[in-house]
Write a protein that binds this ligand. Structure first.
Ligand code: ZN
Ligand code: ZN
Length: 225
């Protein structure tokens, strides 16, 4: 049984990762093992566990839409708590504002990969927490359920997801028909899985109103709000 990772140990791992990332970007030579040895001597875990932890950090990088350190393929079984802590630490060390994508998306992925996922209740009135960026409390189960239901096809144009993500999943986006900012609910009756093209069109298209009317007629679970 391995001991729980302390924030101090996670932070040291993040600092090491960001250092490698920096060198990687600048084409500087570095030896990954040196970092693992140093962490191992300081915190007492095997070098292998630090290598694996670095791959977890790559997964958080992937969720943040960033390029991970070459040779450290994202490993997704990080757990949503640690994913959230790692994202916070990355932002803290880099002095950037925290977005909060990793913990949420890790939960989405976990729920999505469950063999059976009951229809989630969702959130009728998602609360707005105002920070630097307006954020909404949304339910990872709703996103997971909608993505699972779509089976990798856009619910508007029926096309297959245009690509597979680095985590091996079909890429589709979840759109709320009545926007959360306009008081829409975060429930499966207000959310659809779209390919990126259709998603942009639902936001910016000349005929977005026709599209919205058509999707209510096409997808039976949708309820106008
Ligand atoms: Zn589409
Ligand atoms: Zn949208």
């Amino acid at each position: 049984m391995t001991e729980k990772w302390s924030t101090e140990e996670l932070k040291a791992s993040v600092v090491a990762y960001l250092d490698m990332h920096h060198k990687d970007l600048n084409n500087e030579l570095f030896v990954k093992k040196t970092y693992y040895t140093e962490l191992s001597e300081k915190f007492g875990r095997t070098e292998k566990s630090y290598e694996y932890r670095m791959q977890n950090i790559s997964y958080v990088f992937f969720l943040m839409g960033r390029q991970w350190v070459s040779g450290l393929k994202p490993a997704k079984n990080v757990g949503s708590n640690n994913a959230e802590i790692i994202e916070r630490l990355i932002c803290e060390v880099e002095g950037k504002s925290y977005i909060g994508v990793a913990g949420f998306e890790t939960q989405v992925s976990t729920f999505k990969n469950k063999e059976i996922l009951d229809i989630p209740v969702g959130i009728a009135k998602p609360t707005i927490s105002s920070g630097k960026v307006t954020q909404y409390t949304s339910d990872p189960k709703v996103k997971a359920w909608v993505l699972k239901e779509s089976q990798g096809n856009c619910e508007n144009c029926d096309s297959l997801a245009p690509f597979t993500t680095a985590a091996g999943e079909p890429f589709l986006e979840v759109h709320h028909l009545k926007r959360l900012a306009d008081g829409g609910s975060d429930r499966i009756s207000n959310a659809i899985a779209l390919c990126p093209n259709c998603h942009r069109e639902f936001h910016y298209g000349q005929s977005k109103l026709e599209k919205i009317n058509a999707i209510y007629a096409k997808v039976p679970r949708l309820i106008r709000e």
